[in-house]
Write a new protein. Structure first.
Length: 159
């Protein structure tokens, strides 16, 4: 069961037949387990990792540190739920350390992201501070390495 989930996480395009061969299960067992995982919300969805830098789409991603005041009887959950409802928000994580939540968002421009933080995120009840970090370049995501650029020819100096 654990092996099946690991294989799906690494490559959800594998066929049922391939998964069966790799796990030692029958195709019917693979289908049944995947259906159960989906029904039980163990598998939440399937998604492609896209290197948008290889396309003509303009996009900016930001990691935002958020400090919040925990709500009585609900802790951080209520504020986190309000934040993850926004379409721009890709991920929200409760953190240990110097801030409470990490929020990852995407937008078309730096200005669009800045407006989201200033007009929608920072004013939320319970939010006491934010720090925005723009992702300049992605090297690896979900175990996938983004395109390596050809190494530039180095000038050789002979004396």
């Amino acid at each position: 069961m654990k092996k099946l989930l690991q294989l799906l996480e690494e490559d959800c395009t594998l066929t049922h037949e391939q998964l069966a061969a790799m796990t030692g299960m029958t195709v019917e067992e693979v289908k049944a387990d995947i259906k159960k995982f989906e029904d039980d919300k163990v598998i939440l969805g399937y998604k492609a990792i896209v290197d948008w830098d290889q396309t003509d789409r303009e996009s900016v991603t930001a990691l935002i540190e958020v400090n919040i005041i925990p709500q009585r009887n609900e802790g951080f959950d209520r504020v986190a739920e309000r934040i993850y409802q926004y379409d721009e928000v890709e991920s929200v994580y409760l953190m240990s350390g110097s801030y409470d939540l990490t929020v990852i968002i995407s937008g078309r421009t730096l200005k669009e992201v800045a407006q989201f933080v200033g007009q929608r995120l920072a004013p939320l009840e319970g939010v006491t501070g934010t720090a925005t970090h723009f992702i300049l370049k992605k090297y690896k995501e979900k175990h996938l390495i983004f395109k390596k650029h050809e190494e530039q020819e180095r000038e050789l100096i002979f004396s």
